[in-house]
Write a protein that binds this ligand. Structure first.
Ligand SMILES: [Fe+2]
Length: 302
């Protein structure tokens, strides 16, 4: 019997690969990607560039969409150190979304008792050397890998790797989803290499990080909420508000479903009342993509 990988086990108990058919349906060719980059709503674009120091600590620069056409932007990603995130695939690329939801149905069918009540997706185009730092998603995730090779490190979702207070801060949008990271965590990672046509899922909330293996990568990251994850997120939000007010709320780990549901209901009222304004709404833009510039990024001057 292996130790539980997460406090929030749900029906998914460990990271696992499932096959998918999105590559065979032609969604990851250069032509299809250049075309969607041309058409994608600018407001749904995120372009990031990550820098790492020797201790594995990360800093992030945020880019603007810029003036490149789709084929030029694709070239800048393929040559640089960029991480491009096309949000809301459900509205930005409905054909891909419909195909992905059909694939999600098959993955979900592999887990007795799993029922998503809401799905959302982002298409990630990332440079050969791009890495995504240690973080968690306050949701379930299925990562449909479509091009290139990437290595995913999945860590236990216990208090040592994912402190509940840090979860509260992320859920209440007081910080980005990056978490305190220690190189010693590496001994605890479940490491999986993903090839095109493979989808990876892992226990809800499990922290993870991603490294591209020297190839341009395309993946559709689909996140989903279940009723239990919705209750848990609401309870974490309510606890964040209580903690800021000086209370010391009990950890959600120890709460029963009715307690979690009550705190979720409280979170809806708190959000309506404007408690805990997001601190991450307005990012400065530092650069725009340029295939000819170092890392594919040309600094923006104010
Ligand atoms: Fe993630």
């Amino acid at each position: 019997m292996t130790a539980a990988r997460t406090r929030y086990a749900g029906p998914i108990t460990e990271a696992r690969i499932h096959p998918h058919g999105l590559v065979d349906q032609g969604f990851a060719t250069d032509e299809a990607l250049a075309d969607i980059l041309d058409r994608y709503p600018a407001g749904l674009f995120d372009i990031n560039l990550y820098d790492y120091d020797d201790a594995g600590q990360v800093s992030l620069r945020t880019g603007a969409r810029g003036r490149l056409n789709g084929a030029e932007l694709l070239a800048a990603i393929q040559q640089g150190r960029l991480w491009v995130n096309l949000r809301e695939v459900e509205t930005g690329w409905p054909e891909l979304w419909a195909a992905a939801m059909a694939e999600f149905g098959k993955v979900q069918g592999a887990y007795a008792g799993m029922r998503a009540v809401r799905n959302a997706g982002q298409l990630i185009l990332s440079s050969p050397k791009a890495r995504v730092p240690y973080h968690f998603d306050a949701a379930g995730v299925v990562l449909f890998h479509m091009r290139g090779r990437k290595r995913i490190y999945v860590y236990p979702g216990d208090e040592a790797h994912l402190a509940e207070i840090d979860m509260e801060q992320v859920v209440a949008r007081q910080t980005t989803e990056e978490l305190p990271y220690d190189l010693a965590f590496e001994a605890d990672a479940q490491v999986m290499d993903l090839e095109p046509g493979q989808a990876l899922t892992w226990p809800l909330y499990a922290p993870h990080r991603v490294e591209n293996l020297d190839r341009f990568c395309v993946s559709l990251s689909m996140d989903f909420q279940t009723w239990p994850s919705r209750f848990r997120n609401g309870a974490l939000f309510t606890n964040a508000v209580l903690r800021r007010a000086g209370a010391r709320p009990r950890f959600t780990d120890a709460m029963s479903t009715p307690e979690l549901a009550a705190r979720w209901a409280a979170s809806l009222a708190l959000k309506r009342a404007g408690a805990m304004k997001s601190r991450i709404a307005g990012f400065e833009r530092d650069f725009e993509p340029d295939a000819a510039a170092a890392d594919g990024a040309r600094p923006l001057t104010a």
